[in-house]
Design a protein around this ligand. Sequence first.
Ligand code: TYM
Length: 345
Amino acid sequence: MSEPVQTPQTFPTRIFSGIQPSGGMTLGNYLGALKRFAEIQNKGAETIYCVVDLHAITVWQDPEALRRQTREIAAAFIASGVDPSRSILFNQSQVTAHAELAWLFNCVARIGWMYRMTQFKDKSGKNAENSSLGLLAYPSLMAADILAYKATHVPVGEDQKQHLELTRDIAIKFNHDYKVPFFPVTEPLIEGAATKVMSLRDGSKKMSKSDPSDQSRINLTDDADTIAAKIRKAKTDAEPLPESLDGLKDRPEARNLVNIFAALSGQTPEAVVTEFAGAQFGSFKPRLAELAVEKLAPITAEMNRLMADPGEIDRILGDGANRAAAIAQPILAEAQQIMGLIRSR
Ligand code: TYM
């Protein structure tokens, strides 16, 4: 056995994350991802954010809808506080290094790793043989997104944890197979009160854009009345809010609303429970609805304003793609060279 290659964690801090343009954005995407992307940018980190259109086409997308959704997600990034002059913001397919590095990783990663992914099992359902090859290889492209920039940290919601473990496995195997400490072993950043926002109808299910019930989620495009109505109708139980978080242990729906309140208001769930101890949901829900509208309405308005000028969004994405490619291309070229592929200069 050869000596395992130790990967020193001496890579400069660089943040990367992405969102799929495969439908509308939910409060889960906002609290678990977008809001945190802006916060991390504002702390001064080097931040690269991507609308992952190549991931979206692993299941069929109507081409016109895909173009609109790509721009809509870009607008959501900006409306949530991602500043395209301080972060790099672009769509994945414009930087060809992602697809090229993904191919290299397809040859490093093992098929068995892909079959084990719970998201593949969920999305392929009973008919796995009939899903696209891209859906199976999805995490390899995700590893390429991250490692094309040698990103050290990736802010995501809890549902992406397994994919990030696979990204780490790919980096470790590449470094080991070619005996070079070339890629960083990326750390997931899964932090805060809203790493897993649950459905408003079922506290055991994630809030998701693909849930058939629109009542289960708050969309970033919902107006104030819709948001208030959805929160009013959200499933809860008959008990008042407890004195401490322990009292929410077996009350997933109640816990979810407390977490949402905490994330929207920038408090801890403990502080929210202390503030509302003994309150009935009849009084808590209107306060939550008010807070949600106060925080989301300006974002929705800004998204709508940006969407009125698609040319400007395309210009921003194009500029971001040029800046992203300037970082990714040399890293790809070096990975190709390490693997023995000839590149003429
Ligand atoms: P996607 O597009 O499904 O979701 C985008 C981000 O939103 C988070 N999220 C949630 N967070 C909390 N509660 C929820 N209910 C909730 N729903 C979604 C997700 O965790 C994610 O952070 N595979 C990724 C996209 C991707 C990517 C990447 C992410 C492709 N390449 C590289 C990071 C780095 C996905 O499908 O996310």
